[in-house]
Design a protein around this ligand. Structure first.
Ligand SMILES: NC(=O)c1ccc[n+]([C@@H]2O[C@H](COP(=O)([O-])OP(=O)(O)OC[C@H]3O[C@@H](n4cnc5c(N)ncnc54)[C@H](OP(=O)(O)O)[C@@H]3O)[C@@H](O)[C@H]2O)c1
Length: 268
């Protein structure tokens, strides 16, 4: 007998929900989970509904999302979290995923009461179009199976460790700023701007594809791979002397502090 697919409900239909729903509807067509969206961000909800009318229902209220769903995703901004969660009635057999970056699961448990599962997850907008990593804590086989359709699920016991990896997600805008700076530098040297931009994005896109399957040893090997006296050697040496790499690790500290204000560091 065919297994009935769980219904996925999203509380909050903003940037992240739009991306995840796009991922589920375009890249997980073999598992057409029914999807229910909350009514705010009306334009996003209408656009998603128009694109996949058979898969998506736009609910009249957030409570209707909860009532119709097996898995409920909490995808509002952290500052609205308590008000939104406390206003909803969850069923004990329901399963809940929190996306709010700074929330600890015991806090959310207080707001929503008992549910069959409550996990924290860190997907990203790239899960709309590629299998980028999705942090899941604590491990949960069913959540991993569902979200494994749109990303590579990385399961962690410790919520604190999930926050450490979430700090890394603060490098998206800095990374694009680096690409933009190098593209503009190339254009300032006379390369046609469009060509410079296409080269820089294509170049880093290819380097990232190379990086995507490396383990720790592979990353260290590639970091140490530079022809002595060559330009990689030269640029890395100059950036190292100026603290250009340490700066990135240093910037993670305040990000982690913010993400773990409510989350204790494990003893070991
Ligand atoms: N964006 C990412 O890549 C990313 C990655 C990982 C985790 N997250 C987490 O995911 C959550 C959503 O992020 P986002 O980027 O999708 O934010 P967003 O685009 O601002 O979307 C937030 C959604 O919540 C709704 N909302 C806000 N206040 C509400 C309230 N009081 N009652 C009901 N609905 C309310 C908004 O509706 P209106 O539009 O009507 O205000 C909107 O639909 C955040 O907690 C964030 O930390 C985001």
């Amino acid at each position: 007998m065919e297994r009935k697919l769980p219904t996925l409900g999203f509380i909050g239909t903003g940037t992240l929900t739009s991306a995840l729903v796009t991922g589920f509807c375009t890249r997980a067509s073999e598992t057409p989970y029914p999807i229910v969206l909350s009514p705010r961000s009306r334009d996003n909800a209408a656009r998603l509904k128009a694109a996949w009318p058979d898969r998506i229902t736009v609910a009249e209220s957030m409570q209707e999302v909860v009532d119709r769903s097996d898995w409920v995703m909490l995808a509002v901004l952290p500052k609205a979290g308590e008000e939104v969660c406390a206003s909803l009635r969850f069923r004990p057999e329901q399963k809940v995923v929190n996306f709010m970056s700074d929330k600890a699961l015991p806090q959310i448990r207080e707001w929503i009461g008992p549910t069959a599962a409550l996990v924290h997850m860190v997907p990203l907008t790239f899960n709309a179009f590629c299998d980028g990593p999705i942090v899941l804590s604590p491990p949960n086989a069913e959540a991993a199976e569902i979200f494994g359709r749109i990303g590579q699920v990385v399961q962690l016991e410790e919520r604190y460790h999930a926050a450490v990896l979430a700090a890394i997600t603060g490098c998206v805008a800095p990374f694009f700023t680096l690409l933009d700076a190098l593209s503009q530098w190339s254009a300032a040297q006379g390369v046609p701007p469009d060509l410079a931009a296409r080269y820089v994005s294509g170049f880093f896109g290819a380097v990232c594809q190379e990086a995507a399957h490396l383990d720790g040893a592979g990353l260290s090997r590639m970091a140490g791979t530079a022809t002595p006296g060559g330009i990689n050697f030269l640029v890395k040496d100059l950036l190292t002397q100026q603290g250009g790499f340490q700066m990135w690790a240093d910037a993670m500290e305040p990000a982690l502090e913010r993400l773990t204000a409510n989350i204790p560091r494990p003893e070991k």
